[in-house]
Design a protein around this ligand. Structure first.
Ligand code: ZN
Length: 130
């Protein structure tokens, strides 16, 4: 396997901090100078980087996404979870982080989040380190 796969049980809607798992993957890889790609292989969940110091930031991000992508009767997707698809595309499905001296280069307040918009589900995310 040329990438690592992690699984998690997600909340109904919310951000799960996966920074520690990615840091551990980088240390284990023994790559000193490179890149880490964190990828979400789902269409109603995503991955993003944002503040992990004040939990109110995540709560505000969810509120903002709710405002930006409200439920609409015009949606055609029969599964009925179009807002989750919209939010997933808005946050994106991957992030790339620089590795220097064997560590992730993240800002002081930054964390990597798995973003669930249509849970709870058994989900996975992938990490590729080079
Ligand atoms: Zn759907």
């Amino acid at each position: 396997m040329t990438f690592l796969e992690y699984s998690l049980n997600s909340p109904r809607e919310g951000f799960v901090d996966i920074t520690a798992q990615v840091r551990k993957a980088v240390r284990k890889s023994e790559v000193a100078d490179g890149l880490a790609v964190v990828y979400c292989p789902h269409t109603t969940a995503g991955v993003t980087i944002n503040e992990n110091a004040d939990p109110d930031v995540v709560s505000d991000l969810l509120l903002g996404l709710e405002r930006a992508f409200p439920e609409r009767t015009e949606y055609r997707h029969a599964e009925g979870n179009s807002t989750a698809h919209l939010k997933a595309s808005a946050v994106g499905s991957s992030v790339t982080v620089i590795i220097e001296n064997g560590n992730l280069v993240l800002g002081t307040w930054q964390g990597i989040y798995f973003c669930e918009f249509d849970g709870p589900r058994h989900r996975k995310f992938l990490v590729k380190i080079r």
